[in-house]
Design a protein around this ligand. Sequence first.
Ligand code: ZN
Length: 371
Amino acid sequence: MSAKKKLEFNRKQKLLKRRQQKLTSYYKNRSKTNTEYTYTITKEATKKREYRAKKAGKKEKENTRKRNYRQAMKSKHITQNTLEDRDIFKNVFNNRTTKHRAIKRLKNALPRTPKRRSATLAAYLQHTKSPAVEILRQAEVVSSPEDLMNMSIEKAALEDIKTAIESCKTKRSKDSFLSMNVLVASISGEKITETRCRKNLAKKLGLPVRRLSRGNRNRTTILKSEKSCWAYVCRKTRKDALSEETKRLAYNFWMKPGISRPTDVTLCNKEDQVHKIACLKRDCGECGVNKLELLTEETDDLDTAQIVKWEKFEKVDIKVKGNKTIKKLVLVKKETKAVELFSHFLELLKSFPLHQHRATWQKQTIPNITY
Ligand SMILES: [Zn+2]
């Protein structure tokens, strides 16, 4: 058939189709009288009206579809990371049209009803020997039997961890605090960070995200150090503030025989192995910080006084991520007359005995509280 004849044939076909449509429409609406119509019913007007209605309907439908899609994505927290992004399926087709045609061919080849379609596809995807199915499994588009098994194991494990956490979370004993830390540290590692699913995991376990992040920090910093994770989590140490050496130096100094403790010097003698509460609160008339005798070099405020280097803890504003500032306790270097150091020391000594007494008491008592 030549091109010209083909064109004529097509035109004729179109005309016939249109005539058929008109006829059906005529028979369908034959019983209606003209009074039922309020619109102009000229051929042109009807045609235009139909066209407009069709266009509006199409637009509305498309808008609804887009809106629904966006909402679904939002609720699922899915970024539009579709199959196209997977390397394995990249550049398989030359262009989108070829791909579209291929999909269309597949659709046409499949049975009509959704049930039969899905049954056919499911049966096809169970073909373990098919290379295409193998690729799909590798790309995790469909799950292999092993994947399904793993998934059920993971689900069960997660449930069990959740139960364990639930029971530890509410208890305040030292043991449950420890096991809680170990639990959290064990499920929050490099893989979770890598796959960026910490938020979802936290939601699944019913924990705040910050809790998991802390677990991760414990794990990454402590598991790699010589001290074990267990030793670290049992007590939060201020490793930012004091080095091990400084701590040891201070400890050795105060444990030396013959050292009179400034706390003991400025308090009355103990009764029943504890100081009187009035002394601790510095309400006692018999004792006080003025009982601590200082040397003249330590109280000298003259211009000739010796300058000493010392450090003191101060709360300092520190800039962190996200343009925020936080207060952090840091050692600040000072270079002043000795008198300034000692007046600061006396100031601390005023409140220290009560603070220490309270801390010791809490440390002894709190872990032994039972509900
Ligand atoms: Zn006293």
